[in-house]
Design a protein around this ligand. Structure first.
Ligand SMILES: CC(C)(COP(=O)(O)OP(=O)(O)OC[C@H]1O[C@@H](n2cnc3c(N)ncnc32)[C@H](O)[C@@H]1OP(=O)(O)O)[C@@H](O)C(=O)NCCC(=O)NCCS
Length: 197
């Protein structure tokens, strides 16, 4: 089952997702050749950046990620977008859905979303145009104006966040309650013939 939710900046799934990207995908995502070490540094610095993260999860696997980094230009704040979808999960609408989640976040804060992309990346302009944005192909920049906040944008963003807190609660539940129970459970008898006799 696929689920979209906010992600904490220190979620180890983010590093796993980035490290699984091919060199070409890394070039598109980070705008240049990016080593494993550089990616690890990028993830380590995430908690210190003012950014919002939304992931697409298939069970425990993070298959898509959008990062909205807050930035300011001429006294106006906007969100700079970086996104990636696992190669084996492309062309199913995950990229479009991630942008829709980012738009809820942006609408609730009055932020425009700006997508810097490499000129040979044809996907990003199409995704932005599909969401009603505009594209400057010469500057390789695409942008989406913030739509007005609505009851839906507020509720949908709250659902993304609620799912993050639920995931944390489940993790805590597993560690704090289930692990001690498993540790104190009586050992099961070994059914192997050598132990039996
Ligand atoms: C750019 C990227 C995130 C797009 O992810 P994606 O999940 O494949 O995107 P989508 O599936 O939403 O859209 C891709 C195509 O699938 C189509 N599609 C298939 N099912 C769809 C659905 N249910 N809803 C919407 N579109 C769908 C889209 O129309 C689109 O076709 P088009 O490119 O011919 O217009 C992905 O290619 C990627 O990770 N690239 C490497 C990193 C990168 O380039 N990052 C961008 C830097 S900011």
């Amino acid at each position: 089952m696929v689920a979209y939710r906010s992600l904490a900046a220190d979620d180890p799934k983010i590093l796993e997702h980035f490290l699984a990207l091919t060199p070409e995908d890394r070039r598109c995502r980070f705008h240049g050749a990016t080593s494993d070490e550089r990616i690890a540094q990028y993830c380590a610095g995430m908690a210190g950046r003012e950014a919002h993260l939304v992931g697409c999860l298939e069970g425990e696997r993070l298959v898509g990620l959008i990062e909205i980094a807050l930035s300011e230009e001429n006294g106006r704040r906007h969100g700079e977008v970086g996104m990636s979808v696992a190669a084996d999960r492309r062309d199913r609408g995950i990229g479009h859905a991630l942008v829709a989640h980012a738009l809820d976040y942006a609408a609730n804060r009055g932020l425009a979303l700006v997508f810097g992309y490499l000129p040979d990346n044809t996907r990003i302009p199409r995704i932005v145009l599909d969401h009603g944005g505009h594209v400057d192909r010469l500057a390789a920049e695409a942008a989406l104006e913030a739509p007005a906040p609505t009851l839906f944008s507020v509720s949908l963003e709250a659902l993304d966040d609620a799912a993050l807190y639920s995931a944390k609660l489940i993790e805590l539940w597993r560690k704090a309650l289930l692990a001690p129970l498993e540790a104190t459970a009586p050992a099961k008898p070994d059914p192997s013939p050598s132990a039996a006799g």
